[in-house]
Design a protein around this ligand. Structure first.
Ligand code: FAD
Length: 556
């Protein structure tokens, strides 16, 4: 038997850890909702067996012995691996396309070796050894990306080395006066908080993939977390960087702001491994707030909800979360709630009766979450000011109950995709950002484009949306879509995903707000930054990596 890898990974065929899965037996509204949304009868559907790794045909490693030996000298024999499981785990991220491919054994090109350096010097030795041997390097954080940022180029004939950062998982130092922490790039979200929290600090970055994504991955994809309205996106949080490049370290000093020409810090942000391996980032950290609470609100329709979020962004209050779901996603949220009993069931029924009497069409109901953090007095003041805005837009407060539930289940929701895949259906997400002036048109236009795509592929499909991050000038819209597969899941997925992405571009958005470009979104990059913009990026990669050793064929 092969010894276990030095780092634990997610399931090779799906999300998260073994033994955890989505269940609907305790959610009575879920099966009828799914039947209505995509036509899938969960009571009749027979789930597939768990995929069998032994059935995969994994291409043999083409790593020459000399490369293997050089890497073993760099990181130690046991930290250079070529077993099939480890290589497959490092082949893809977790997009729907990735999961369909890996489950089907569609593995045209797999990393030939996986290395686990223990520290920054080890990373530098790996980079230099691999480049000297004319091998390709693909940095690996948690493997959670959904933009195709990890997959090896199928045309690559040189050996491919996946550099797993998982052993670089420590908070190295906290500058308490500056509120800056030096953290190794391979640290997963929970490991970062577990080291910061006992000392009274938090990074405040909580993407839905928090449990299985790393600081280096966040930086390399320009990630955004749920509390970004207060703490900023990772691009704001990251101040200093250390990147192992062929021949030496790139170092960006951590300062609050700098006038040092075009920003190299910004070049590394979103670079998806194409500029080198990030070994460490110095990030802003904050004192853990004395109080943190999420309140839920209902709005009579999407327009009222999005206008309220815009008004909050334009006001003097700064909640940590401003989120509003459209009517479809609100229906989904209500359907994934556990069965309500007793007072809670009565309260919801009573509330809905009151809303109906007020003339609300409950099919248009939009659920919103607003998060507040800080001293109790600040939280109270902020809440009061926000609730004035909510009221002015026709919304009403429904307390903290739904927010607590949302907080508890947000890291479990990703398991739903495996549940659907096991039953012949697929779901994925696409997100964008646009100015406030385009938000409502974008919302309606993307839904119309997806519905048209479903008509073209002849499938009954579902799409829903929430506004997830607010800024001075606009917001992020996050769409989730799902349908039961026909004969060609990947072609059907391409039709729907492309329609959604194209609508982003046509209606004033960008290809991605926080998932990066990878290969999945590359065709729309010129629309966002122009051909000249793409030429600048291509020039940067060509000049700094002339041998195309660093995760080639991503972004451009
Ligand atoms: P990986 O997937 O391992 O790598 C991603 C890219 O970064 C690759 O190109 C890789 O080569 C490069 N990379 C990784 N580490 C380094 C390094 N040390 N140096 C250089 N390059 C490196 N994203 C969000 O922003 N917000 C969300 O709320 C969110 N929710 C998600 C929910 C689900 C269910 C899923 C599947 C994904 C979600 N994502 C989200 C997307 C994903 O989690 C992010 O893209 C994340 O930043 C990827 O981090 P990772 O450590 O998993 O990187």
């Amino acid at each position: 038997t092969t010894p276990a890898a030095p780092v634990e990974h997610m399931k090779w065929w799906g999300w998260g850890v073994p033994g955890v899965a989505f269940h609907h037996e305790d959610k009575p509204e879920f099966a009828p909702f799914v039947k209505n949304a995509v036509g899938l009868d969960l009571h009749a559907a027979q789930p597939l067996e768990q995929p069998d790794f032994g059935a995969l045909d994994v291409p043999a490693s083409i790593a020459p012995d000399a490369l293997r030996e050089a890497l073993a000298r760099a990181v130690g024999e046991g930290n250079v691996r070529d077993d099939d499981l480890d290589r497959v785990v490092h082949t893809y991220g977790k997009s729907l396309r990735d999961l369909v491919r890996v489950r089907a054994g569609d593995l045209p090109r797999v990393p030939d070796l996986v290395v686990y350096p223990a520290d920054e010097d080890g990373v530098q030795r790996v980079v230099d050894a691999a480049v000297a041997a004319d091998a390709v390097l693909i940095p690996f954080g948690g493997g959670s990306n959904i933009a195709g940022s990890l997959q090896p180029d199928t045309a690559e004939t040189r050996p491919i080395v996946s550099v797993d950062l998982g052993r670089l998982d420590r908070v190295l130092d906290i500058d308490e006066a500056a509120g800056l922490a030096r953290i190794q790039a391979g640290a997963l979200g929970p490991a970062i908080e577990a080291q910061l929290n006992p000392r009274g600090w938090t990074i405040g970055h909580f993407p839905d993939s928090f449990t299985h994504s790393t600081l280096g991955g966040w930086v390399a994809t320009r990630s955004s977390g749920m509390q970004s309205d207060k703490y900023g996106d990772i691009a704001d949080i990251t101040r200093g960087l250390r990147v192992a490049r062929p021949g030496g370290m790139l170092e960006v000093r951590a300062v609050p702001s700098a006038s040092t020409g075009p920003s190299v810090r910004e070049m590394v942000l979103g670079s998806e491994g194409r500029l080198g391996v990030i070994t460490e980032a110095t990030v802003q950290v904050h004192r853990i707030p004395a109080k943190r609470v999420i309140h839920a609100y209902f709005f009579p329709n999407w327009k009222a909800g999005s206008a309220a979020m815009q008004a909050i962004a334009a006001s003097d209050v700064h909640p940590s979360v401003t989120r509003v779901s459209d009517a479809r996603e609100t229906g989904f949220s209500l359907a994934t709630s556990k069965e309500r009993r007793g007072f809670s069931a009565l309260a919801q029924k009573g509330l809905f009766t009151v809303l109906r009497k007020r003339g609300w069409d409950l099919d248009q109901l939009c659920l919103s979450f607003i998060g507040y953090e800080g001293e109790p007095s600040t939280v109270a003041e902020q809440r009061k000011a926000v609730e004035r805005i909510v009221k002015a837009h026709g919304g009403i407060g429904v307390g903290t109950g739904p927010g607590v539930l949302y907080d508890q289940k947000k890291f479990d929701t990703p398991y739903l995709r495996d549940f659907l895949l096991d039953r012949g259906a697929g779901g994925d997400v696409s997100e964008t950002a646009a100015p406030w002036s385009r938000i409502d048109g974008l919302h309606d236009g993307v839904i119309a484009a997806a519905e048209d795509a479903y008509r073209r592929i002849g499938r009954k499909g579902w799409i829903m949306c929430h506004l997830s991050h607010s800024y001075h000038s606009g917001a992020c819209l996050y769409f989730t879509f799902a349908f039961v597969f026909g004969d060609d899941p990947i072609a059907e997925y391409d039709t729907v995903k492309s329609a959604v992405q194209q609508a982003f571009i046509d209606l004033g958005g960008v290809p991605s707000h926080h998932h990066g470009i990878g290969v999945e979104h590359a065709q729309w990059l010129p629309d966002a930054i122009s051909g000249q913009g793409v030429a600048v990026i291509e020039g940067l990669f060509a000049a700094t990596d002339p041998g195309r050793h660093l995760n080639p064929a991503k972004i451009t």
